[in-house]
Ligand binder design. Structure first.
Ligand SMILES: [Zn+2]
Ligand SMILES: [Zn+2]
Length: 116
C-alpha cells in the first residue's frame, strides 16, 4: 500500500538530528481532534514505516491573564515536546524481547499551541 519500501535495518535505539525534520516533511499530517487529542501521521525516517501517533495535550491556561498593554500583542502559547518512537511491526533483527515493535528510532516533535 505504501510507495515507500521498508528498510529492514537492524534494531538500534537511535535518534539522529534529521529524524524530526524528515518526519515532519513529506507525508506528515497533523489532525487535532476533540479534547486536545492530536493525531500525528508520518513515516519513520529510519525504516520508512508509516504510522499514526496519538498524543493528548492538555493546555493549562493561566488562571488570570491581565497582560499589560505592552505585551498584549504577544499571544500566550505553550510548547510541548512529544517523543515519537517508531512502532513498526516489521522485521528488525536484534530487537530485544521486551520491546514488542519498532526499529528503535525515536525523535522529538515540538508542538506549539497558541491560545485564543
Ligand atoms: Zn520498520
Ligand atoms: Zn522505524
Amino acid at each position: 500500500m505504501s510507495a515507500h519500501p521498508h528498510r529492514a535495518e537492524p534494531f538500534e535505539e537511535v535518534s539522529e538530528a534529521h529524524y524530526a525534520q524528515t518526519y515532519l516533511s513529506g507525508d506528515f499530517v497533523h489532525n487535532l481532534m476533540a479534547d486536545s487529542v492530536h493525531l500525528l501521521t508520518g513515516r519513520c525516517p529510519r525504516c520508512g514505516f508509516t504510522f499514526t501517533t496519538e498524543a493528548t495535550l492538555t493546555v493549562v491556561r493561566s488562571a488570570v491573564t491581565t497582560a499589560p498593554l505592552a505585551t498584549a500583542s504577544t499571544p500566550p502559547r505553550t510548547e510541548l515536546s512529544i517523543t515519537v518512537f517508531c512502532p513498526c511491526p516489521g522485521e528488525h533483527s536484534g530487537r530485544p524481547d521486551d520491546i514488542p515493535d519498532g526499529c528503535g528510532a525515536y525523535w522529538a516533535v515540538l508542538m506549539e499551541e497558541r491560545l485564543p
